[in-house]
Ligand binder design. Structure first.
Ligand code: NDP
Ligand code: HSE
Length: 456
């Protein structure tokens, strides 16, 4: 530790740190700031001193890592009286007002608040630029996995064509439990809640809203375009059944909740991670930003992401394919991402330099859900009679949808069978027309499900 001793003795400078929130993540940030204080001093060039920790209830029981004498319910005072402010309250208000006050006071701000950034990112960036200070949010996407840094800084010299990610650990855990244990959605959700992955109100996770906020941030960074939560087409996993998962397996696929951000249309590039970049865009260039469950072939890298883990696959013109994988949630993993931002912001205050500003110069149009071109798996309950298959095939052909594979499951009684058809890439309007045609077809008893298939 000779280097530590030398630098800490030279680093006469102290930077004050205010922490807003001492919950799952805040507690671990405070613990690590104390435990690794000497290392942070060396890395940033200044001693980092926590001067205040704002919470809702100062009398609640806390982890001993949180010094009681630093607790306060005066969040505004903490936000406006420190060099570095770490916002770990979550939600829109009071987090937004506190961050704006902190930036205005000249503090460098670090947050993990994806909901706030997806809703008010441009305002926060503008406030940081006006104050000439840093605004960092590595923890907002995929917890410990350094995706924000990768897109914002590492990929600054490249042209990203698509990003495909599993960015919500709770839903990945639920789908994994349904897959490996054959559980229903409700039972898998209950297990996720028992283990503390899913909240009592699981809406943000299972309805895809948490993933959508992360997807908006990913798309903004990847395509230098402002993308908000309202721009993301969102579908969650509530209606995924154990039967869907069995059928996906039989088709050689896993079911995953995917966040997809991709360039579409002329000049979009060729992309090689199984997301078509042609698009049904009417000749317009733009981006498609969406969250939905999809079948992913078992040999695709995202298919082997299990449990509550996150993974993000980035495809760029020069770099090719990059994969980032790791823990997307949890106190210590998320604190790791927060602290990387703290060190960067502190070093800037000591040695000079700034965090990247908002980059929205490309201003690409965000295309509607109809622009995406993907493969589909269509599951049908049909009359098991001569000619049924030919009739169904002609419905697809008449609507310009090419079939890739057909599988008939075991006889299900009453002279009926389940037929599972996987298409080649098709635009939504052609696929919808084919599904309408199938619903009108007298050989089809029921269109059981229509699922996207992403990735090759
Ligand atoms: P928690 O709910 O565990 O903690 C929130 C903290 O904020 C609590 O200490 C709470 O105080 C405090 N708080 C709430 N409202 C106020 C208020 N009005 N004024 C002052 N303090 C307040 O949240 P997490 O630690 O899980 O999450 C924090 C942030 O990190 C969120 O933005 C979240 O999205 C993000 N994040 C979380 C991850 C995770 O795995 N948990 C992963 C990635 C990002 P009190 O303790 O008194 O109730
Ligand atoms: N609830 C999120 C998840 C973690 O399950 O991935 C915080 O973003």
């Amino acid at each position: 530790m000779a280097e530590v001793e030398q630098v800490t003795s030279q680093a006469g400078r102290t930077l004050t740190v205010g922490v807003l929130g001492a919950g799952t993540v805040g507690t671990q940030v405070i613990r690590l700031l104390a435990e690794q204080a000497d290392d942070f001093t060396v890395r940033s060039g200044a001693r980092l001193e926590v001067t205040g920790v704002a919470v809702r209830d100062t009398r609640a029981r806390r982890d001993p890592a949180v010094p009681r004498d630093l607790l306060t319910d005066d969040a505004t005072a903490v936000a406006t009286s420190n060099d570095i402010v770490i916002e770990l309250i979550g939600g829109i208000e009071p987090a937004r007002t506190l961050i704006l006050a902190a930036l205005k006071s000249g503090a460098s701000v670090i947050t993990g608040n994806k909901a706030l950034i997806a809703a008010h990112g441009p305002q926060l960036y503008a406030a940081a630029a006006a104050a000439g200070t840093d605004f960092y949010y590595e923890a907002a996407v995929a917890g410990a996995v350094p995706v924000v840094y990768a897109l914002r800084e590492s990929m600054a010299g490249d042209r990203v064509t698509s990003v495909l990610g599993i960015v919500n650990g709770t839903t990945n855990y639920i789908l994994d439990e349904m897959t490996t244990k054959g559980l229903s959605f409700a039972d898998a959700l209950a297990t996720a809640q028992e283990l503390g992955y899913a909240e009592a109100d699981p809406t943000a996770d299972v309805d895809g809203l948490d993933a959508a906020a992360k997807c908006a941030i990913i798309a903004s960074l990847a395509f230098h375009t402002r993308v908000g939560l309202d721009d993301v087409t969102v579908e969650g996993i509530r209606d995924i059944t154990a039967e869907d998962i069995r059928e996906a397996h039989a088709s050689g696929c896993e079911v995953k909740l995917l966040a997809v951000a991709q360039r579409l249309g002329p000049g979009a590039g060729s992309g090689s991670q199984g997301v078509s970049t042609t698009g049904d865009t009417g000749g317009t260039s733009g981006i498609s930003v969406r969250v939905h469950p999809a079948l992913v072939p078992t040999d695709h890298p995202l298919a082997s992401v299990h449990g509550a883990f996150n993974a993000v696959l980035v495809e760029a013109e020069s770099a090719g394919r990059l994969m980032f994988y790791g823990q997307g949630a949890g106190g210590a993993p998320t604190a790791s991402a927060v602290l990387s931002d703290v060190v960067a912001a502190a070093a800037h205050r000591v040695y000079g330099g700034q965090a990247p500003r908002e980059s929205s110069y490309a201003a690409l149009p965000v295309l509607g859900p109809e622009a995406a071109v993907t493969r589909y798996q269509v599951q049908l309950l049909v009359d098991d009679a001569p000619g049924s298959l030919a009739v169904m095939a002609s419905v697809f052909a008449d609507n310009g949808v090419s079939i890739n594979s057909v599988r008939q499951s075991a006889y299900v009684g009453q002279e009926r069978a389940v037929v599972t058809i996987v298409t080649h890439p098709a635009a939504v309007r052609y696929l919808d027309a084919a599904v309408d045609g199938l619903r009108r077809c007298d050989r089809v008893v029921e269109v059981v499900s229509v699922r996207r298939v992403e990735g090759d």
